[in-house]
Design a protein around this ligand. Structure first.
Ligand code: MN
Ligand code: MN
Length: 300
């Protein structure tokens, strides 16, 4: 049940309206990283989250706050767009908003693209959703920062500073919720990934560049058990698919990941129960791909 309180979460005072800035602010109203997208993403994740009532509460708390942020951004936009209703020059800043929408709010981004549910990242896997939310808060923060850089209106800056700050608050809360699940950071879902292969960093970009860059190295090639493997293009062995390439039912297939699970993790029946095809593997036939029943042309 929702209840509306006739008071903004943060009082908005606009000194000098700026229709072009009002148009830019639409990015946080009906844009991909905007407040409606955040409100809907967290709220719907919360409604899905029936197995973890504590984190469901968190998702609904923050989803509801985002709706209050939408109201603040809406108030800011409405005030900045006001001159559009009377002045032709102001109206030219956004004919779509002015002529079709009467200079008021509507669910568009700053380029006039309509809001879409495609903006939402909802997987129904709690830890995966929390990671999406942490990233979403980082994006919202940077958008507010850029908006602040493009206005000198003190009241507008104050409201945007409030909204920007709250996104980092949310980022902290989502991070704490993820960490407190005590899941291994690379354990996603229930199925175990293929050993050895998972630790291979494919060095797919080599040679000397025009900017003096050579084959660059960093911790991304050596942390968390990773090591670099060279591409066959430069004489390397490539990924160690050897043992599994084209082979149905290889050793590691369908094993359950033994690490701690989020309570909402989708239950997966082990795929080992599925019959393993009896015909020869693609690798044994020396072909790139096989389809059952297709004639096998021998390669000499
Ligand atoms: Mn927000
Ligand atoms: Mn937020």
């Amino acid at each position: 049940m929702y209840h509306h309180i006739k008071k903004l979460m943060y009082t908005v005072n606009v000194g000098t309206p700026d229709v072009r800035f009002g148009n830019m602010l639409l990015e946080q109203f009906g844009g991909a990283n905007g407040e409606l997208a955040a409100a809907m993403q967290y709220t719907i994740q919360g409604w899905n989250c029936v197995d973890d009532l504590a984190r469901r509460d968190l998702l609904l708390d923050i989803g509801t706050e985002e709706l209050s942020h939408l109201e603040i951004v809406g108030a800011l936009i409405r005030m900045h767009l006001k001159p559009m209703k009377e002045k032709r020059e102001a109206a030219e800043a956004d004919p779509l908003v002015c002529i079709a929408g009467g200079g008021g709010l509507n669910l568009f981004n700053s380029q006039g693209n309509p809001w879409t549910g495609d903006y939402l990242k909802i997987t129904g896997e709690l830890d995966v959703d929390l990671r999406s939310n942490i990233a979403a808060e980082a994006r919202a923060k940077i958008v507010y920062e850029r908006l602040i850089n493009h206005t000198d209106d003190a009241g507008t800056v104050d409201a945007l500073q409030f909204l920007m700050t709250r996104e980092i608050t949310h980022m902290k809360a989502f991070s704490a919720a993820l960490e407190s699940l005590e899941k291994s950071p690379f354990s996603i879902g229930r199925l175990a990934v293929t050993p050895k292969l998972v630790d291979e960093y494919f060095n797919g970009s080599t040679g000397d560049g025009d900017e003096g860059d050579t084959d660059m190295h960093g911790p991304w090639q050596s942390s968390f058990g990773l090591h670099a493997v060279e591409s066959p293009m430069v004489g390397g062995k490539g990924l160690s698919n050897g043992a599994v390439d084209g082979v149905a039912g290889y050793e590691a297939r369908g094993k359950q990941d033994s690490a701690q699970k989020a309570t909402t993790a989708t239950k997966v029946q082990t795929v080992d129960k599925k019959p393993i095809p009896k015909n020869e593997s693609a690798a044994q036939k020396g072909r790139q791909a096989t389809l059952e029943g297709e004639p096998v042309i021998s390669v000499k």
